[in-house]
Design a protein. Structure first.
Lengths: 99, 210
């Protein structure tokens, strides 16, 4: 994995993220679903939060991804009518009996 | 049976069904048909194909009922049967290979693209979904997803199952489920944040037509 950079004690810079080059944004974007679903360790969450605080682009991107998930969650689908429920049951039992 | 020309809309008369000893099936059907239809509709995007899928699902469940070991929740077992039936039915219809979604195609290449937003204007998801264009673009985006990504998105984000449950249903590990889910969400986000929707949404809000 390209984003797994080995660090050695004492060589790590004090800020959790290092600049806002595209590469850092890409690393964050790769993990945004896991971040939204609360699947990441505390350390990684903190790094992502620090990046988001300094990078409006990624913040906006995260918002739109969160909205996407919410829209999917709340999209209703039409119910099955009583007639269709009864007709389907009849067809299933007929097919089961003739097989 | 032919003499009994009952209306097809008479939902209470099931006596013409050959199997009279279908009590366990009836219970299964009654308890789960609505959830399975909702799932099928979300996968297929339209009513007729969804009904075909529900029929196929319960027929397979009827035949396999004796083999249901009870070590999974019955709803999870039905989701698995429906998912397999959906894969088989689609394979029959068109044999083209599925497109893989790569993360690279979702990385914005410009500031403008980065800043694209879904035009929800502080509305709740329910309020935003009252907008017809937004609903249509959401539905079209889900329908456009390659099937293996759509299945994961529907099961996780629409049906609300856990990654572990979805892994069990599709026979994949959680890592694969999470990877597909992320790509599927990125795909739908990209479609929803397009400029066309923003323009139409603003027009509708301005004219009070939602």
């Amino acid at each position: 994995m390209a984003d797994r950079v080995r660090t050695y004690p004492g060589t790590r810079k004090p800020t959790p993220h290092q600049g806002h080059g595209k590469r850092n944004c890409v690393k964050v974007l790769e993990r945004l679903s896991a971040y939204l679903d609360d699947e990441l360790s505390g350390v990684i969450c903190k790094e992502i939060r620090a990046h988001l605080g300094d990078c409006p682009n990624c913040e906006v991107f995260l918002d739109s991804l969160r909205q996407t998930v919410q829209l999917c969650r709340h999209r209703p689908s039409p119910p099955l009518s009583q007639d269709d429920r009864a007709n389907l049951r009849r067809q299933i039992l007929k097919a089961a009996a003739t097989a | 049976m032919a003499a009994r020309k009952k209306s097809r809309t008479d939902s209470h008369d099931d006596s013409d069904v050959a199997l009279s000893t279908s009590a366990p099936f009836d219970q299964l059907y009654r308890d789960h048909v609505d959830v399975m239809y909702r799932f099928a509709y979300r996968l297929c995007g339209e009513a007729e194909a969804a009904k075909d899928l529900v029929q196929e699902t319960f027929l397979n469940a009827y035949r396999a009922y004796d083999r249901f070991r009870g070590d999974a929740q019955i709803s999870t077992w039905l989701y698995a049967i429906a998912s397999h039936a959906c894969q088989r039915m689609r394979r029959k219809r068109k044999g083209e290979p599925e497109r893989e979604l790569s993360l690279n195609e979702f990385v914005p290449t410009s500031e403008g693209e980065f800043a694209l937003q879904i035009p929800m204007e502080g509305l709740s998801p329910q309020e935003a979904l009252e907008n017809k264009e937004l609903r249509q673009i959401l539905d079209r985006a889900i329908a456009k997803l390659p099937r293996k990504y759509r299945m994961v998105l529907v099961l996780r984000d629409m049906e609300g199952l856990s990654a572990k449950e979805v892994g069990g249903i599709l026979g994949l590990n959680e890592r694969a489920i999470k990877s597909r889910l992320h790509r599927a969400r990125l795909f739908v986000r990209k479609e929803l944040s397009g400029k066309e929707l923003a323009r139409e949404f603003h027009q509708d809000v301005a004219t009070g037509r939602r």
